[in-house]
Write a protein that binds this ligand. Structure first.
Ligand code: C2E
Ligand code: MG
Ligand code: MG
Length: 714
């Protein structure tokens, strides 16, 4: 290092060795220069007037000037400093002069040649003359700009640290907490003494797995910081979300020595976010999903149905005459009603279904895993039926409201939410036009059959519940004397639309399975009536009851029959069960088994409508039957058609060779009766003798015959 001074005014090292005093002074100046300290020296005459001024080269260099750019004049100070600083200098000099201050020390602002303001610490020592007047003031200038800036920065940082609403925590390299700010304490609820030296993981909520923290720390090590949402735990145990930034503080070799975590409590933000999210997707009145959410649910349902190879339905539901309610009773009642309707509809749906409010009095439901159009239509019908129950609003007002529903099925009727909703809406329009309180399917071919069937089905169901079924009894007579030996029970439906013939509803009851319930009712009713007649002394040998194929298929048929007999007390031999060829042949060996059990109960078996189905003679031979009922289509051919006559005579012979009785159905003319008598047919049934009769008619008929018989015999 070259320490030899270049400019005059400073002394050379070699000279200093020669003179000890000079050497001392040189040493002093060198030290001053090394410390980057400028020197100044003022001399005063008697009245504190500056008489001589000295500024050292360093003094000047500190301000960016060369030696000759600053004059040794007190005025230069005025030029180089601010008015305030100048005033402060003058003030201190005055005080020193007056003896009210011991030494000179102040911070002043001085302008660097390049225009910057520097902070200078000026210190000096006064020298007084014999008359106690200050004669000299000499001292130093030190540039403290840098230090001042540091101090300010630190002060600002400290202010931010203490006053920010963000929680701040500083840890050592191992994650042990060194310091936290007041916001941290407020948010977490911990005090300093509970935190100092503890590991930062004491704040963990347990909501994140190891992976989460591993990724977080890897990011900090690689990128120097991590930022994200994290759930931590407060002292009170609450788990809350933070937006957290963790930065590593590195030493000059790049190793982490501290970590600083800065976070905000975003609980409120999250809450309003969730609330906003909810509001964006729900109807405020009913709390149901709104159209937006519905559409996304439908899209999901479609996607799922494609995956599972299943299907579903979109139901467009509209209240009938809601406007009238709203207009006449007012909006508060209207709103209340909508809420109630929504609740009732929702209660009928599965969790996987979505019920949404489309707007006004329109709701849309998305039903998953529903492929059978009839099933969906039946479900929709049930929703409509539910509305029969009135709504009780504000405790007193009873309101009846109807629904109309349009149904679109996916994937058949569309594969986007919009298409399905549009099609369901179109179907709804048709439902409305037909008078409301109705279901319509979008695919019109289905609709007709389905809705008819549907109405019938609900009607049937209701009919069963409301006991709308009644029996008629058609006499069975012996040939040739036409004596009444039995009756066939024939069911009728007394629906609101009038009396319905069995051919109209038996097939549907059969299809839907309602026949089992209906058939059991017929059986019980027939046995009860029969028992009553016999108890009253009326001479009727047998009551025939029709069993449909589905009834015959029931595994517990024999038990049911046995139970009804036991329950009603009717002797088994008074009951004849009519089964069709189809029902019997379908089961084959199983049928034989069942018939044998029935036979064992003591009941009789007849084969109904014989000749219309396919019978295996082999089975016929094995089945324990009592009677063949020749279908009336063959009888109707008599006497014009020879084939009919041949078949009839053949069946009579077949019956006889099977050792069972032959009964001719649908005998309407005397010619038919004569023909049958001629061929040895045992029994007959038909309008020629009797139509199906109501119970009173039958009793009258039986009693009349009895009286006639008595007259004949008596
Ligand atoms: P089926 O068992 O063959 O009953 C005889 C049907 O022929 C009855 O019709 C009866 O009214 C009709 N009939 C009787 N005499 C004459 C006649 O001289 N001329 C004409 N053209 N028809 C005559 P219905 O009551 O309409 O019953 C039709 C069918 O419905 C029955 O045929 C039977 O298969 C079924 N059915 C009736 N009641 C029941 C029941 O309780 N259960 C079951 N499973 N089926 C029933
Ligand atoms: Mg019959
Ligand atoms: Mg028949």
């Amino acid at each position: 290092m070259n320490i030899s001074p270049k400019k005059s005014g400073e002394v050379s090292g070699r000279k200093a060795v020669e003179n000890p005093l000079q050497a001392e002074e040189d040493r002093f100046r060198l030290a001053m220069r090394g410390a980057n300290v400028g020197l100044w020296d003022l001399r005063f005459d008697g009245d504190l007037a500056v008489s001589d001024v000295y500024f050292s080269a360093r003094y000047k260099a500190m301000l960016g000037y060369f030696e000759d750019e600053i004059q040794n004049s007190f005025h230069e100070i005025l030029r180089l400093t601010t008015p305030e600083s100048y005033r402060a200098i003058e003030e201190q000099i005055a005080e020193l002069g007056a003896g009210t201050r011991a030494n000179y020390e102040l911070e002043i602002k001085m302008r660097h040649k390049d225009g910057r303001w520097l902070d200078i610490l000026a210190r000096g020592f006064p020298v007084y003359g014999a008359d106690h007047k200050m004669v000299r003031l000499a001292g130093t200038h030190v540039d403290i700009t840098e230090r001042k800036r540091h101090e300010t920065d630190l002060r600002l940082a400290a202010a931010v640290f203490t006053s920010t609403h963000e929680g701040v925590v500083v840890t050592d390299r191992d994650g042990l907490i060194i310091v936290v700010n007041p916001a941290f304490r407020t948010i977490t609820g911990y005090d300093d003494d509970e935190l100092g030296g503890r590991h930062i993981r004491m704040l963990q909520s347990g909501r994140h797995g190891r992976d989460f923290y591993q990724t977080m720390w890897r990011t900090i090590h690689e990128a120097g910081y991590w930022q994200g949402e994290i759930w931590n735990r407060r002292k009170c145990g609450d788990i809350y979300p933070q937006w957290l930034t963790i930065s590593a503080v590195l030493d000059n070799k790049g190793a982490a020595i501290n970590y600083v975590g800065v976070f905000t409590d975003i609980t409120k933000l999250k809450q309003s976010e969730t609330r906003l999210e909810y509001l964006a997707h729900h109807d405020p009145l009913t709390g149901l999903p709104n159209r937006l959410l519905l559409r996304s649910r439908i899209e999901h349902a479609i996607a799922r149905s494609v995956q599972n190879n299943s299907g579903g339905a979109v139901l467009f539901i509209d209240l009938d005459r809601f406007k009238t309610v709203n207009d006449s009773l007012g909006h508060p009642i209207g709103d209340r009603l909508l809420i109630k309707v929504a609740e009732r509809l929702k209660a009928s749906m599965r969790v996987s279904d979505t019920l949404a409010r489309e707007g006004g009095d329109e709701f849309i439901a998305c039903i998953e895993d529903a492929q059978d159009p009839l099933e969906v239509a039946a479900f929709a019908q049930r929703l409509i039926d539910q509305m029969a129950e009135p709504y009780l609003l504000f405790g007193e007002q009873e309101i009846f409201i109807g629904l109309s529903i349009g149904v679109a099925l996916f994937p058949a009727d569309g594969d986007t939410a919009d298409a399905l909703i549009q099609h369901a809406d179109a179907a709804l329009y048709r439902a409305k036009r037909s008078g409301g309180a109705a279901v319509q399917l979008y695919s019109s071919t289905l609709t007709l059959a389905a809705s008819e069937r549907l109405q019938f089905e609900t009607g049937l169901r209701r009919g069963l519940e409301r006991n709308e079924f009644v029996l008629q009894f058609q006499p069975l007579v012996a040939l040739p004397d036409e004596r009444l030996i039995g009756v066939e029970a024939l069911v009728r439906w007394r629906s609101s639309a009038g009396l319905v013939a069995p051919m109209k509803f038996i097939p549907l009851a059969e299809e839907t399975g309602l026949i089992v319930q209906l058939g059991e009712w017929v059986l019980r009713e027939a046995c009860t009536r029969m028992k009553a007649w016999r108890d009253a002394g009326r001479d009727i040998d047998v009551i025939a009851v029709n069993l449909s194929p589905r009834q015959f298929d029931c595994a517990d048929l024999c038990e049911r029959v046995g139970a009804v007999l036991a329950e009603t007390g009717l002797p088994p031999e008074c009951l004849e069960l009519e089964l069709t060829e189809t029902a019997l042949m379908r089961q084959g060996d199983g049928a034989e088994e069942k018939l044998k059990i029935l036979k064992a109960l003591g009941v009789r078996i007849a084969i109904d409508d014989f000749g219309t189905g396919h019978s295996s003679l082999a089975y016929l031979k094995r089945f324990p039957i009592d009677k063949l009922k020749i279908d009336r289509s063959f009888i109707a051919d008599i006497p014009g058609d020879t084939t009919g006559m041949e078949i009839t005579s053949t069946v009579i012979r077949l019956a006889h060779s099977l050792k069972v009785k032959a009964l001719a159905e649908g005998v309407e003319t005397q010619a038919q009766a004569s023909f049958l008598t001629l061929y040895g047919c045992d029994l007959a049934q038909g309008y020629l003798f009797d139509k199906p009769l109501w119970e009173e008619e039958l009793i009258e008929r039986v009693d009349r015959a009895e009286r006639a018989g008595e007259r004949r015999h008596g």
